[in-house]
Ligand binder design. Structure first.
Ligand code: AMP
Length: 630
C-alpha cells in the first residue's frame, strides 16, 4: 500500500478508516458510533464502545503467547534484569490490582505513581487500567514541589512510590520527597504504597498512611481481579506537562481511542508486530514511556524492554548489547541520548551484532543533522525522526516503514501520520503559507484518536491553551514549521522560543544547527538576548567535543561560521563555551533559564534541572565575559 493512499483514506473517510483500525483491539461492547463530534473541538471516538487497556495489553495475549516475554526490565544501576512473560505479567497485575483495590481505589479514582523504570511501575499502571482507576505517573526526577502541585491537581486516593531511584551509581531516595510533597499538598493521598528495593535506608513511616508493598503483596498472592469495562471516552490516565503558567497541565487520555491509535502506530509506524521486540530508552514518566514502553508494545503482543540507567554505563555499548541479546527490531530514543554517545568512541557502535535491528526512531526534540549522520553511519541503520507532543500521545509526523517507507530527509521528521490534518499557517493572518515558507504547525480538529481529550478538570484551559490562537478553531502545536514541495515538514522550534533580531525572525534551531556543523561543537543552545539596538540578538552557549587549547578562537570561529551560513543577521553576538548545558531530566534544553541568566534576570523554575553544575558553569562563563566579543 502506498503511504499516500493510506494517509488520504484516513482524511477522506475518517470513520471508515478508524472503524477498520478499531478491529485490532478487543471491544466488550462495540461502539455505537465511530466518531461523535457534536461539541467541537471536543470529540468522542468510538462512543458507547467499552473496552479495557489492561485486557488488551495482557489478558488478550494469554492463549497465544502466555510464555512469550512481555516485559524485560533491565537496570544497569542495580545490575538486575527481570524477564517477565505475559502469563507472569497477568499474575503480577492481578495481584497489584487486588492490592490497590484493598486500599480503597476504584473506578475513576486517581493514583499517582512516582517510580523509576522498574517492573512494578508497569504493574501499577496496568493494575490501575484494569480496575478503571486513573493513573498519573510523575517523573522521578521531579522534586517535592512539583509532585505536590500534581497531587493537588489530581487529588489521588493513593500514591505508589519506590524507596529510591538510582542514577550513575548514586541512590536518590524517593520516599522523603513523597513525605515532603504530602506535607505540602492540600489534598494528600490517604495511602502511600512503598515498593522497596532495599536501596535507601529504612525511611520514616507514617502509621496508617504508609503501606509496605511486600507485606501487602503476601496477602494477595493468588488474587484475580475482573477487568472493569470502560466506556471508550472515560479517562485512562493523566500526564502532566508544563504550560506557560507555573501550573502544570494534566493531559487527559481516553481508553478506546488511545488503544486503537497505539495499535495502528505499532505496526504502521514502528513496524513491530506480535512476537517482536521493541526497546524504548524513555522513562515511564514521559509520554513515550507510556505509549512505547508500556501500552503500545503490549497491546501489539510484542516484547517491551524497559531500561533504568545511563547510556554509558557499564560501557557506552550497553544499549547495543541489549539490542543484540534480545533481538530488538525497533529502538526508540532521543537525540540527546545519541549526542551523549557521540562524545564516546564510535567503535562502541560496532561491537555488537545488530542484524535484527531495523529502525532507530528518535523524538522529543529537534534531531540535528550532524547527529543524524553520525548515528546513521555508526550503526548502519535507518534513523527515523518522529515528531509528537505529550498532548498527542503518538506521532504527528514520521515515516511509516510498516506501510510504505518513504525516503528519509535529514532534518525532517517526515510526513503527517494517519488522521492528522496538518497545516502550516501564517501566525498573523491564519492563512496557509506556501511550501518552503515558515508558519505555525496546526492540526485541524477533530484530533485523531489517541490525542488528549481535555486538560484534567479544566475544559476552559484546554480551549485556551490549544484552540484559541487563530480565528478558525485549530489546534496550535506552538511549533514553527516549514513544509517542502513533497509535503515533508521541518520543525523549527517552539513559537514561544522565537528570536526576533531587528524585526527578522530566527528559529533557535536554525542557529543551533549551524553551530553544530562546526567540527568542534558537541552541542549548542541559542537564546535571544535583549539588545538595545536590534531588539534581540542570538547568543550561543556551546559544549565542545574535546577541551581545546584555544577556546576563544573556537568561539570566534563558531560565530563567523554561523554568520557565513545564515547571514549576518543570525551571527551570534556572543558565544560562550561551557562544559555542560542546563537541561531537564528528559533532555530538553532550559533555554528560558539560559536567556534569563544572559539578561541578568532570575532563571525561574529550576525544579526540572538535571545537573545544577551546568547552570553554575553558565553563570561563571557569563561572569568571565564573552569568549568572543560581538
Ligand atoms: P513534549 O510534550 O515534552 O514531548 O514536547 C513536545 C515538543 O518537543 C514539541 O512541541 C516540539 O517542540 C518538540 N519536539 C518533539 N519531537 C520533535 C522532533 N522530532 N523534532 C523537533 N521537535 C520536536
Amino acid at each position: 500500500m502506498r503511504y499516500e493512499d493510506f494517509y488520504q483514506r484516513s482524511i477522506d473517510d475518517p470513520e471508515g478508516f478508524w472503524a477498520e483500525q478499531a478491529r485490532a483491539i478487543h471491544w466488550h461492547v462495540p461502539p455505537r458510533a465511530i466518531l461523535e463530534y457534536g461539541d467541537p473541538p471536543f470529540r468522542k471516538w468510538f462512543a458507547g464502545g467499552t473496552t479495557n487497556l489492561c485486557h488488551n495489553a495482557v489478558d488478550r495475549h494469554l492463549d497465544a503467547r502466555g510464555d512469550q516475554l512481555a516485559l524485560v526490565a533491565i537496570s544497569s544501576e542495580t545490575g538486575e534484569t527481570r524477564e517477565i512473560t505475559y502469563r507472569e505479567l497477568h499474575d503480577e497485575v492481578n495481584v497489584f490490582a487486588a492490592m490497590i483495590r484493598s486500599l480503597g481505589v476504584g473506578r475513576g479514582d486517581r493514583v499517582v505513581i512516582y517510580m523509576p523504570n522498574m517492573a512494578e511501575a508497569v504493574f501499577a499502571m496496568l493494575a490501575c487500567a484494569r480496575i478503571g482507576a486513573v493513573h498519573s505517573v510523575v517523573f522521578g526526577g521531579f522534586a517535592a514541589h512539583n509532585l505536590a502541585l500534581r497531587i493537588d491537581d489530581a487529588r489521588p486516593k493513593l500514591l505508589v512510590c519506590a524507596d529510591a531511584g538510582m542514577r550513575g551509581g548514586k541512590v536518590i531516595p524517593y520516599k522523603p520527597l513523597v513525605d515532603a510533597a504530602c506535607e505540602k499538598a492540600r489534598h494528600p493521598p490517604a495511602h502511600v504504597l512503598v515498593v522497596s528495593r532495599g536501596l535507601a535506608p529504612e525511611p520514616a513511616w507514617v502509621p496508617g498512611r504508609d503501606i509496605d508493598h511486600a507485606a501487602l503483596r503476601a496477602e494477595f498472592r493468588d488474587a484475580r481481579v475482573a477487568v472493569e469495562w470502560m466506556e471508550s471516552n472515560e479517562p485512562s490516565y493523566l500526564l502532566y506537562t508544563s504550560g506557560t503558567t507555573g501550573k502544570p497541565k494534566g493531559v487527559q487520555r481516553d481508553v478506546g481511542g488511545y488503544a486503537v491509535a497505539l495499535a495502528l502506530s505499532m505496526w504502521a509506524i514502528y513496524d513491530v508486530r506480535a512476537g517482536q521486540v521493541m526497546f524504548s530508552t524513555s522513562d515511564v514518566g514521559w509520554a513515550v514511556g507510556h505509549s512505547y514502553n508500556v501500552y503500545g508494545p503490549l497491546i501489539a503482543g510484542a516484547t517491551s524492554i524497559l531500561y533504568e540507567g545511563l547510556p554509558t554505563h557499564p560501557d557506552p555499548g550497553v544499549w547495543w548489547s541489549i539490542c543484540e541479546k534480545y533481538g530488538v527490531r525497533t529502538m526508540f530514543s532521543s537525540p540527546t541520548g545519541i549526542r551523549v554517545l557521540k562524545k564516546q568512541d564510535a567503535a562502541w557502535l560496532r561491537k555488537h551484532d545488530l542484524s535484527v535491528l531495523q529502525w532507530l526512531f528518535l523524538a522529543g526534540e529537534p534531531l540535528d543533522e550532524p547527529t543524524a549522520h553520525w548515528i546513521t553511519e555508526g550503526i548502519g541503520k535507518t534513523i527515523i525522526d518522529n515528531y509528537w507532543q505529550t498532548e498527542t500521545g503518538w506521532p504527528v509526523l514520521s515515516l511509516m516503514p510498516g506501510v510504505d517507507m518513504k525516503p528519509v530527509k535529514f532534518g525532517s521528521p517526515g510526513l503527517p501520520m494517519p488522521g492528522y490534518r496538518i497545516r502550516v499557517i501564517d501566525e498573523g493572518s491564519g492563512e496557509d503559507v506556501a511550501p518552503g515558507e515558515k508558519g505555525v504547525l496546526v492540526i485541524e480538529p477533530p484530533l485523531p484518536p489517541g490525542c488528549l481529550t481535555t486538560v484534567w478538570g479544566d475544559d476552559a484551559r484546554f480551549m485556551a491553551s490549544y484552540f484559541s490562537h487563530f480565528k478558525e478553531r485549530l489546534y496550535s502545536s506552538l511549533d514553527w514549521a516549514i513544509r517542502d514541495e513533497d509535503g515533508y515538514a521541518f520543525i523549527l522550534g517552539r513559537t514561544d522560543d522565537v528570536i526576533n533580531v531587528a524585526g527578522h525572525r530566527l528559529g533557535t534551531r536554525e542557529v543551533e544547527e549551524s553551530c553544530s556543523t562546526h567540527p568542534d561543537v558537541a552541542e549548542a543552545a541559542v537564546v535571544g538576548v535583549r539588545d538595545a539596538l536590534k531588539g534581540q540578538v542570538p547568543v550561543v552557549f556551546a559544549t565542545l567535543k574535546t577541551a581545546g587549547e584555544d577556546v576563544a578562537g573556537t568561539a570566534e570561529a563558531i560565530r563567523a561560521q554561523v554568520g557565513r551560513q545564515l547571514g549576518a543577521i543570525a551571527r551570534p553576538a556572543r558565544v560562550y563555551v561551557v562544559g555542560a548545558l542546563p537541561k531537564t531530566r528528559s533532555g530538553k534544553l532550559l533555554r528560558r533559564s539560559l536567556q534569563a541568566l544572559a539578561e541578568e534576570r532570575d532563571p525561574g523554575d529550576l525544579s526540572t534541572l538535571d545537573d545544577p553544575g551546568a547552570l553554575e558553569e553558565v553563570r561563571r562563563a557569563l561572569g568571565r565575559g564573552a569568549d568572543a566579543g560581538g
